[in-house]
Design a protein around this ligand. Structure first.
Ligand code: NDP
Length: 524
């Protein structure tokens, strides 16, 4: 694998060693499921009276792990441990923090097959997407480390200030806020925990992590990488339990100095409002949902458009914040494009995500499965037509998991609410327009502004960049119309209802979000 760099763009034709490594890890892991895991507070395992079972969405009879239902008391304990550790960690030379975080990233890489196998079983991601999530996490942490170095730890001498008879030396020092809360979603449990955690830690904050309950096991395995890298006690803490109990207790605590929340718009906005009830304004980084358009012009290369849209609509079963959930096509190429999309979709393999041939695994849980059935019914009632899919999968071992068909919908009027609403499923609506201005008007007419894709001529591409309201934009990309960002290449973040900071993760402006400035003036 010497010359192979795994990213979401390179994952389509990986070397054989990647498959053999993954297969061996799956076999090993399957023989060792169902263990109990504690929370990690102050680098110690902490158990709660109540537990929950983490079952695989591939086969709900399989218990992957047993985890703790943490309480408000555990939230306070984790925050207290982080508070106690903050003075020591924040004063540790930044070069030392970089070294420890690089160690954590290299442990993630060493464990990539085991972690990827656990991810596939817990999230239902296919093997390459699972390995991608793990590698992306290491790369996000490496990127944060290199940003610290490139910016000299964010310590910058300023101009000399000549006062009458005196000379002053001025230095700008960026300092950590304190205790940082990281709340992550189920769909990229590793990268969207590890990215924010890495940024918060390398800048000198201490952290408390609260993962999505559906993916608490894999995030526990991430927390172990931090622990095993040798982070001092209390620097990184990990708690589990329901969002409404332990999550809410964390959000409501005055002991939190800043938070990164990645998840749905509704939960994020509520959190934002709750967090604002504190004694003063504290930083909140929100990374929320998307309703991402792919626009296809009459000049598009339809082969590229087909493959890019397919990958972005149905990768991780449409459960990506960056999924191409809307396709808007100029009339002259509409019929040809939908014929190609239908043909390509029918070849996609649905099944156990640990299997090499599988492209679509199951949905994450029963609630998403019910949503799929309800939205399909709603689309049907509204006169939408199923170009592909529209049904759940039954028989052949599908009945034990949450498997559904990849679904393209045509003829749903643009006024229908599902052109605006983030379904977070493998359901993508396709619509026809007379010209690109109309396509852009529709593309921008949503509450979100996360990613967007375009297929067309060079001149049109410039127009697209200028007009589209989105934080991550792609043109003529076969690897994915709207998906597949990688740290250092495509920093990731959203506009409007998709994100709060206007600065993208894995980019130049991200680390300063975790720091506040202190200007130091000394008169000689
Ligand atoms: P949710 O909003 O349902 O949950 C996200 C996290 O919030 C989970 O850890 C959840 O815990 C926790 N939570 C729930 N209620 C509370 C509360 N009251 N206080 C504190 N924490 C709480 O999102 P999903 O996990 O379903 O993830 C999918 C969503 O995430 C989609 O909308 C997607 O677009 C978005 N997303 C955005 C990304 C971006 O970069 N912009 C990237 C990836 C996803 P629990 O599971 O225990 O309820």
């Amino acid at each position: 694998m010497a010359d192979f760099k795994l990213t979401y763009s390179t994952m389509f034709n990986p070397p054989e060693e990647l498959h053999t490594g993954f297969d061996a890890a799956v076999t090993k892991l399957k023989a060792n499921l169902g263990k109990e895991y504690g929370m990690l507070i102050d680098n110690k395992d902490v158990l709660s009276k109540d537990k929950f079972e983490d079952r695989s969405p591939v086969n709900t009879e399989v218990v992957l792990a047993k985890l703790q239902k943490g309480t408000a008391q555990h939230a306070q304990e984790a925050l207290a441990a982080a508070r106690k550790a903050f003075p020591g960690w924040s004063r540790t030379p930044w070069q030392e923090r970089v070294k420890l975080m690089r160690k954590a990233a290299s442990l993630i890489e060493e464990r990539i097959f085991d972690l990827g196998a656990a991810m596939a079983m817990e999230v239902g991601k296919n093997r390459m997407e699972s390995l991608g999530d793990v590698q992306e996490t290491a790369d996000l942490i490496y990127y944060s480390c290199s940003q610290m170095e490139q910016n000299d730890g964010y310590i910058k001498p300023m101009g000399k200030d000549p006062l009458v008879g005196y000379e002053s030396k001025n230095v700008s020092v960026m300092r950590p806020y304190g205790v940082w809360l990281v709340i992550s979603p189920f769909n990229f449990p590793f990268a969207l925990t590890g990215g924010p955690a890495g940024a918060a830690l390398v800048t000198g904050n201490t952290i408390v992590i609260k993962p999505a309950s559906d993916t608490a096991w894999i995030v526990r395995l991430f927390a172990e990488c931090l622990r095993d890298a040798g982070l001092p006690d209390g620097v990184a803490n990990f708690v589990t339990g329901s969002g409404s109990v332990i999550g809410q207790a964390l959000v409501d605590s005055p002991e939190v100095d800043g938070v990164t929340f990645t998840g749905s718009f509704d939960v994020g906005m509520k959190m934002y409002q709750d967090f604002a009830r504190g004694k003063y304004v504290r930083p909140v980084i929100l990374e929320l949902g998307g309703k991402n358009p792919a626009i296809v012009s009459r000049h598009a290369d339809l082969e590229r458009a087909t493959i890019g849209i397919l990958r972005s609509a149905f990768g991780l079963q449409g459960q990506k914040c960056s999924a191409a959930s809307r396709v808007i096509v100029e009339e002259p190429v509409y019929d040809s494009l939908i014929a190609r999309l239908k043909e390509a979709t029918e070849k996609l393999v649905i099944g156990d995500p640990t299997e090499r041939a599988t492209y679509l695994g199951p949905l994450i849980n029963q609630s998403a499965y019910n949503d799929f059935k309800n939205f399909s019914e709603e689309i049907n009632q509204a006169g939408g037509k199923f170009l592909t899919g529209g049904k759940v999968k039954t028989g052949d071992g599908f009945d034990k998991g949450y498997f559904v068909e990849p679904t393209f919908v045509t003829d749903l009027p643009f006024e229908h609410r599902l052109w605006q609403y983030e379904m977070f499923l493998p359901i993508t609506t396709i619509g026809k327009v007379q010209n690109l201005d109309k396509a852009m008007e529709i593309a921008n007419s949503v509450n979100y502004g996360l990613t967007a894709g375009f297929y067309g001529s060079d001149d049109e591409v410039e127009w697209f960049y200028d007009q589209i309201q989105a934080g991550v934009t792609y043109a003529n990309r076969p690897q994915g119309a709207t998906t597949g960002a990688w740290p250092g290449f495509q920093p990731f973040g959203g506009w409007k209802g998709s994100g709060s900071t206007g600065k993208n993760a894995g980019g130049h402006y991200y680390l300063p979000l975790y720091l506040h400035e202190q200007i130091r003036t000394r008169v000689k």
